[in-house]
Design a protein around this ligand. Structure first.
Ligand code: GAL
Length: 135
């Protein structure tokens, strides 16, 4: 069966509010010759969690935008591969976001933006195809 392709950027309103215990799942395929992909948890005036696998730098960058970018975090490990399918599961806890890729918990990011219930949009973009989003 051919896998479905959603338009990229892929903007999904979170079936919210976002709160500890809530999770989202994104399935897709990384493009061949990718530069970057982004998963953004947005609120009206910023990005609470920017999850940014960078193939051009072989690392993952995490950050928060509140009018400016904050300090970048570089969690160890780059679980995405050019041309490969993936499943990303992101769990929101009371401490932060826990990211699992292909069934392995790989990254976490402590909350900086604390008004979790204001985080209402999941924005997936960059060098990938998105096949499904559950949010
Ligand atoms: C910038 C980049 C943004 C974002 C940010 C994260 O350099 O242009 O797209 O990834 O870093 O700190």
């Amino acid at each position: 069966m051919a896998s479905q392709k959603l338009a990229v950027p892929c903007i999904t309103v979170i079936n919210g509010p976002l709160k500890p215990g809530k999770s989202v799942i994104i399935r897709g395929v990384v493009n061949t010759n990718p530069s970057r992909i982004e998963i953004n948890f947005r609120h009206k005036s910023g990005i609470a969690f920017h999850y940014n696998p960078r193939f051009d730098q072989n690392k993952v960058v995490c950050n928060t935008w509140d009018g400016n970018w904050g300090q970048e975090e570089y969690p160890a490990g780059m679980p995405f591969r050019a041309g490969q399918p993936f499943e990303v599961y992101i769990y929101c806890s009371d401490r932060g976001f826990n990211v699992s890729v292909n069934g392995h918990q790989v990254h976490s990011y402590n909350h900086r933006f604390m008004q979790l219930h204001d985080i209402d949009v999941l924005d997936v973009r960059g060098d990938l195809q998105v096949t499904s989003v559950e949010a």
